[in-house]
Ligand binder design. Structure first.
Ligand code: BJW
Length: 325
C-alpha cells in the first residue's frame, strides 16, 4: 500500500510524460468535492438505503414517482454544482493528448461542462440530462438540461423553509408536499425508506409522459443495473482497445504481426471499482501494457495494485490537478 511520496510523484510524472495512450476511468469520487454525494461509503447518497433499490428498471416500474423524485433531486444538485479542478485538469490533458480516452461512470454532466472534448469522453452510464421513453420500442429521446424540475410535480425547492412556503402557497399540491417531506428527510440524513417518514405518492398523471407515443412515461437516460451500456459507447471503447499499429513493431518476435497498440497508462479516479463492465477496463488496459494509477480517498478501494503501479490517497479534486500538472 504505497502512499503519495515525492518519489511516487516523480516516477509517475516521468511515466506520464512518456505516455501517449492513456485511459481514465472516472467515478463519483471525482465529483465529491463539487458537492455531489457518492453512491457507496461515507456520505453516500444511498447510505441509508440500498443503492440498488432505486437504480433498477424494477424500481421504476413499481414506483416511478419515487424514482423520478430521486433523479429530479440529482438533476437539481448537478445543475447547481460546478466542475472542480480535477474535471478541468482531465479536460486539459485530453486536449494535449489526442490518444487519451476517458471512460466516465458519472452522469452529472460536470466533465462535459469542464470542456472535456466529447469524442474523448465516453459516458458509460448515460446522463441525468438525457430523458427517454421507458418503452424502448418507441425510441423517443431528448436532451433536457433546461427544465428543473422536469415537471412541476417534481419540484424540490432549494430552501425548504422560506421558499418552500412561498411555493406551496402559490401552487398548493400534494406532490410538492411530498417533495418537501422527502427533501427534508434527505437533508437530515434520515432513512426515506423508514416507515415513520410519510412519502405520499406522486400522481402518475403528473409524471413526465412521452410526447411521441403519448402512452409511456419518460425516464432518466441513465443505465440501471441489469441494463446494457449504450451500444455506441461500448463499440467506441472496443475500437480504441482494438486499434492497431500502422506498422508492425520492429521489436523481436513482433515482425509481421499486426497487433493492438499498447496502452501506456490507466488512471482510476474516485471509483469503488465494484460495478461492471466499468471496473473491468482497468484490467483490460493493464493486459495491454498499462501501468495503473489509482486516486482515491480510501486505500481499500485501490484494488489489485501491482508492482509499478501508483496509489495517490486523498481528494481527487486536489490530487488530479497536482499529478497532471
Ligand atoms: C473519493 C472522494 C474524493 C469519495 N476523492 N475519491 C460482472 C460481475 C458481477 C456482476 C456483473 C458483471 N457484469 C455485469 C454485472 C451486473 C452489474 C454489476 O456490475 N453488478 C455489481 C454491483 C456486482 N452491472 C450491470 O448491471 C451493468 N450492466 C451490464 O453489465 O449489462 C449487461 C449485463 C446485465 C446483467 C447481467 C450481466 C450483464 C450496468 C451497471 C449500471 C450502474 N448504474 C449506476 C447508476 C447510474 C444512474 C445513477 O447515477 O443513478 O451507476 S449504479 C452506480 O454505481 C452508478 C455509478 O456510476 C456506479 C459506480 O459507482 P462509483 O462511481 O464507483 O461510486 P461509489 O460511490 O461506489 O465509489 C466512490 C468512490 O470514490 C469510493 O471509492 C470512495 O472512496 C471514493 N471517493 N470521495 C477521491 N473526494
Amino acid at each position: 500500500s504505497a502512499l503519495l511520496s515525492p518519489s511516487d510523484l516523480e516516477s509517475f510524472t516521468a511515466h506520464l510524460q512518456r505516455s501517449q495512450r492513456i485511459v481514465a476511468i472516472l467515478g463519483a469520487g471525482l465529483s465529491a468535492s463539487s458537492g455531489l454525494p457518492t453512491f457507496r461509503g461515507a456520505g453516500g447518497l444511498w447510505r441509508n438505503y440500498n443503492a440498488t433499490s432505486l437504480a433498477t428498471p424494477g424500481a421504476f416500474r413499481s414506483d416511478p414517482g419515487l424514482v423520478w423524485m430521486f433523479y429530479s433531486y440529482r438533476r437539481h444538485m448537478s445543475l447547481n454544482a460546478k466542475p472542480n479542478p480535477a474535471h478541468y485538469a482531465l479536460a486539459e490533458l485530453a486536449r494535449r493528448r489526442p490518444e487519451f480516452l476517458t471512460l466516465s461512470q458519472n452522469v452529472d454532466g460536470l466533465s462535459p461542462r469542464a470542456g472535456h472534448p466529447a469524442d474523448q469522453l465516453k459516458l458509460l452510464h448515460g446522463s441525468l440530462f438525457d430523458v427517454k421513453c421507458e418503452d424502448e420500442s418507441c425510441g423517443y429521446v431528448r436532451r433536457d438540461d433546461f427544465n428543473d424540475p422536469i415537471v412541476p410535480a417534481l419540484a424540490i425547492p432549494e430552501d425548504e423553509s422560506g421558499m418552500a412556503e412561498e411555493q406551496s402557497k402559490a401552487r398548493p399540491n400534494q406532490a410538492l408536499q411530498a417533495a418537501l417531506a422527502r427533501k427534508a428527510a434527505m437533508v437530515k440524513g434520515l432513512d426515506i425508506s423508514d416507515a415513520s417518514i410519510p412519502i405520499p405518492a406522486v400522481a402518475h398523471s403528473s409524471l413526465p409522459h412521452c410526447p411521441k407515443c403519448k402512452t409511456s412515461l419518460l425516464r432518466p437516460g441513465v443505465v440501471w443495473f441489469g441494463e446494457m451500456l449504450p451500444e455506441a459507447v461500448l463499440s467506441d471503447i472496443d475500437a480504441y482497445f482494438d486499434e492497431v499499429d500502422d506498422k508492425p513493431r520492429a521489436e523481436a518476435g513482433d515482425k509481421g504481426h499486426i497487433q493492438p497498440k499498447k496502452v501506456d497508462l490507466c488512471l482510476v479516479i474516485g471509483t469503488s471499482s465494484q460495478v461492471y463492465p466499468a471496473a473491468g477496463y482497468a484490467s483490460q488496459a493493464r493486459s495491454m501494457g498499462a501501468r495503473v494509477a489509482v486516486i482515491n480517498m480510501d486505500p481499500s478501494d485501490a484494488r489489485d495494485l501491482r508492482e509499478g503501479d501508483w496509489f495517490f490517497q486523498g481528494d481527487a479534486a486536489e490530487i488530479v490537478p497536482e499529478i497532471l500538472k
